[in-house]
Design a protein around this ligand. Structure first.
Ligand code: ATP
Ligand code: MG
Length: 461
């Protein structure tokens, strides 16, 4: 440690710590080939060039970064002049993207701190909507979110530069917001979600002063653009650490600002099955991400909003509405309320609605209906959802097992099985008689633990 240097930054008032190559674990071998080429090219052209952000953080922690971001003192235009395969993007933050086949390396010019109005920086109500004032490394560091995200790996001598105490926080596994927390969250409320997500992913604690403003400022998330919150939701839940992220959001009181209906149902504690359903879904998604299998946000949102939609439907039935209309209204209402916060694109809400609607059709095991259901494009997702529900509601186990079997049969065997189906049983089959309908209603009412019961679309026969 004694060979470490504290250096005065010539271009600003402050100082930063330099951690020489021998004292940190970042090896060039673990940097992507594209990022290395960009770093070297900028360096050879006489610019400063650093690997920065999540990549440095993850490499120091021994992980594998998703992407490699670069910071430089070259302007976006100067960066573009160095590469044939480069395009400039972004208005709020102007950036250069250098493309190497499937790899895109993002190159950002150091953001400056001077706010004399001469540069291209604009805020609305304290929220930063445009930030294209350029500056030094040190100025760039203090504009980043957390100290562990503000470490710079210098291609000139392979050292790491630390202007904000990020190295110490990394060693102590602490997420600490840079600067005045109130101000920084007002500038960008999504930083609260990033704190929870990164703490969950890295298994860090959030520093007390960084978490303290959540209670007061969490409601600012309501003003964050819903499209950005959708992107952030994907990072939270489909990034491989979905369960941990969800628990962190709940623990830090942030869930209510992003998924208010879900948070309300969970807080009421009237639906213990629902909590397991959500947790199982997230755990399953994490496992799929680890195995490199595809995941869809539709499935996850279908689970997160399932009990809210069942409860809303039941409430309407209790006011005397027929089951089918109640279900349609409930779906619209829950999706509409959720859309105020998180803009779930239409292609996903269609799938969510299909996954839900198919749940009641699983019970309809007559020949024609069952064959049609097996061929439904959303059968697989809906069946996976049924399995999850069956895991939490034992009364669905027989039905789930039946559909598991059904998929293993050849079409002719399946048709034969259906031909030999026993007379419809009240528990599992459709075409309800008036008497059976009454029985179902009673069962649905008697669901105080909030079990995830099939939605009431049984009148569609
Ligand atoms: P991940 O592992 O999710 O990619 P990350 O820290 O790399 O985490 P990115 O969204 O890729 O997150 O952002 C790259 C870097 O940009 C961050 O490490 C941080 O330095 C900076 N940054 C990102 N979002 C913000 C923000 N809202 N405010 C300030 N700085 C930010
Ligand atoms: Mg990143």
């Amino acid at each position: 440690m004694n060979s470490e240097r504290i250096v005065q930054d010539a271009s600003s008032d402050g100082s930063f710590r330099i951690i020489p190559r021998a004292q940190h674990s970042i090896s060039r071998k673990s940097i992507s080939p594209g990022a290395l080429r960009v770093l070297y090219r900028l360096h050879e052209a006489g610019y400063q060039a650093f690997l920065v952000g999540g990549a440095v953080r993850d490499l120091l922690l021994g992980g594998h970064p998703k992407d490699f971001d670069i910071a430089t003192n070259a302007t976006p235009e100067q960066v573009r002049a160095q590469f044939r395969n480069c395009r400039l993007i972004g208005r709020r933050f102007r950036l250069a993207h250098v493309v190497f086949g499937r790899e895109i390396v993002e190159v950002a010019t150091f953001r400056g701190s001077s706010d004399d109005g001469s540069g291209d920086r604009h805020s609305i109500d304290g929220r930063l909507v445009r930030d294209n004032v350029y500056g030094s490394l040190e100025e760039d560091a203090v504009r980043r979110d957390f100290t562990v995200n503000a470490l710079y790996y210098d291609i000139a001598d392979f050292s790491v530069r630390d202007a904000v105490g990020g190295m110490a926080d990394l060693e102590h596994r602490v997420m600490r917001l840079i600067g005045d927390p109130q101000l920084r969250y007002r500038e960008d409320p999504v930083r609260m979600l990033r704190a929870a997500r990164l703490a969950a992913k890295l298994r860090f604690e959030i520093a007390p002063e960084t978490a303290a403003p959540f209670a007061l400022l969490g409601s600012l998330l309501a003003d964050a653009p819903p499209a950005r919150l959708f992107d952030e939701s994907l990072k939270l839940f489909l990034g491989g650490y979905g369960l941990a992220s969800f628990r962190a959001l709940e623990r830090y009181g942030l869930l209510q600002h992003v998924f208010p209906v879900t948070a309300r149902v969970l807080a009421e504690g009237t639906a213990p099955h629902f909590r397991s359903l959500v947790e199982q879904t997230l755990a399953g998604t994490d496992a799929r991400v680890r195995e490199g299998k595809p995941v869809t946000p539709a499935f996850l949102f279908a689970a997160i909003l399932w009990e809210p939609v069942c409860a809303a439907s039941q409430a309407l039935i209790d006011t005397g509405m027929d089951a089918s209309s109640a279900w349609t209204h409930a779906v619209d209402r829950v999706l509409h309320e959720q859309a105020q916060r998180v803009a779930i694109p239409r292609r996903f809400t269609i799938t969510i609605e299909e996954i839900w609607a198919l749940q009641s059709r699983f019970a309809q095991r007559t020949k024609k209906r069952a064959l049609r259901l097996l061929e439904h494009p959303r059968f697989r997702a809906a069946y996976d959802f049924l399995l999850l529900r069956a895991g939490e509601s034992p009364e669905l186990a027989e039905l789930a097992a039946w559909w598991t079997d059904a998929q293993q049969l050849r079409p002719d065997e399946f048709a034969e099985r259906l031909g030999a189906m026993p007379a419809p049983s009240p528990l599992t089959d459709a075409a309800p008689t008036a008497k059976r309908k009454r029985a179902r209603r009673r069962r649905r009412k008697a669901r105080p633990e909030g079990g995830v019961e099939t939605p009431a679309t049984d009148t569609s026969d």
